[in-house]
Design a protein around this ligand. Structure first.
Ligand SMILES: *Cc1c(COP(=O)(O)O)cnc(C)c1O
Length: 380
């Protein structure tokens, strides 16, 4: 094609891209709501599990999600700077020096110790503005939070605080991905026991929330006043043991294009380390994505892709920016679409299967896909 004079050629778009289906995101939110019947805190930490923090949060807000949850204050600030106005809870542990930023950006604070409560009060008082807080109770995760069995004084101090508005009280489930674990019932019991102290001292009950995706899928006792689904919002099951009790659609797909075709002779090894060689002459195509994009190197000679509606194996090691696929005696052409996550024809490759092949959890696949891959948003 001719360029008009003086105009630089259009910057070429990377052929490898993540498509985020916002209609599926909205579908999953509706499914979760219908299942639990309580308000939802949509978890959008870690770049919305790789789907893009701001576009996902904006869409959830447009769908009327009651609350958003992130891990770090920086993620909350990014949401505010993008104009997201939905209440945001920062789930992670805080440092005293960060409290002013929370308050300035209207972010809700996880208060996970008496010491941190004092730090929040001091900063709020200094600013002359109340901090909105959720108390974190440890019921068995041993991560952050005050042990349920010694939380009474902590709860009383929070209730009595002049500079903290007590909006929520919560805990986190350690084993909810497994519907058969007895740990969850124990955690529910410990959590409700801690909450009952608020009742006992005659204070109004804040929002009690406990359920991650596993809780939503398997344990109605954990739903309480609000649920905190993350991975299931994106249409992915948390664990191979998890049950499909909620109808979900995958939000992410990942596609690339064939960039090279060659015939590899019998016995000639492919890629670093010469770990794989064909037993007879075969056709091999190269795909321009690798572990530098977060595509797991563990899929070396274990992963699969879809080309022209057929499933083909990855052969040899996944490189930083490329890997090779054996198409046998079939045909493929440069620029043919290659699906790495998603469907093509009658075939589909899910994040769950990819994770199993790579020996990781689905979360790692999603959040591993990095900013080198452009995201495009469909639907809505
Ligand atoms: C990440 C996180 C969630 C969401 O977990 P999923 O398993 O993705 O649903 C909920 N609550 C807390 C405190 C979290 O850190």
């Amino acid at each position: 094609m001719r360029q008009s004079p003086g105009k630089p050629p259009a910057v070429s778009e990377r052929p490898t891209r993540i498509a985020v289906d916002l209609d599926h995101l909205a579908f999953n939110l509706r499914s979760i709501r219908a299942h639990v019947g309580v308000p939802v805190m949509g978890i959008v930490k870690a770049n919305a599990y790789g789907h893009g923090l701001v576009p996902v949060a904006r869409h959830l807000q447009a769908q009327g999600v009651e609350q958003l949850g992130v891990a770090f204050v920086e993620e909350g600030i990014a949401l505010r700077q993008a104009g997201v106005t939905t209440p945001v809870l920062v789930l992670g542990g805080i440092f005293g020096r960060q409290v002013a930023q929370f308050i300035a950006h209207d972010l809700e604070i996880t208060v996970s110790s008496p010491d941190k409560l004092r730090q929040v009060e001091a900063a709020a008082q200094a600013m002359g503005r109340k901090a909105v807080i959720h108390l974190k109770i440890d019921t068995g995760m041993e991560r952050i939070g005050v042990h349920s069995y010694s939380s009474k004084a902590f709860i009383e101090a929070a209730v009595a605080s002049q500079w903290c508005a007590l909006k929520g009280i919560y805990s986190h489930l350690a084993c909810s991905d497994d519907p058969h674990s007895s740990m969850t019932a124990q955690q529910v019991e410990r959590f409700l026991e801690a909450c009952s102290h608020i009742e006992r001292i005659g204070a109004p009950m804040p929002l009690r929330h406990l359920a991650n995706s596993g809780g939503v899928l398997h344990f109605p006792d954990t739903w309480l006043d609000m649920v905190r689904p993350g991975i299931m919002l994106y249409g992915v099951q948390p664990d191979p043991a998890s049950l499909r009790t909620v109808d979900l659609k995958p939000v992410m797909s990942l596609a690339s294009q064939v960039v090279y075709f060659k015939v590899v002779k019998e016995g000639h090894p492919v890629s670093y380390g010469a770990t794989w060689a064909p037993e007879r002459d075969t056709r091999v195509v190269t795909i321009p994505i690798g572990y530098g994009d977060g595509y797991p190197r563990a899929l070396s000679s274990r992963g699969e892709v879809l080309i022209r509606g057929h499933r083909y194996p990855i052969v040899g090691r996944v490189c930083m920016d490329q890997f090779m696929v054996d198409i046998g005696q079939d045909s493929a052409w440069n620029e043919d679409e290659v699906m790495l996550i998603g469907s093509q024809g009658d075939e589909a490759l899910t994040v769950e299967v990819l994770a199993q092949r790579a020996g990781v959890i689905p979360y790692e696949i999603l959040v591993g896909l990095n900013d080198r891959i452009p995201r495009e948003y469909r639907g809505a």
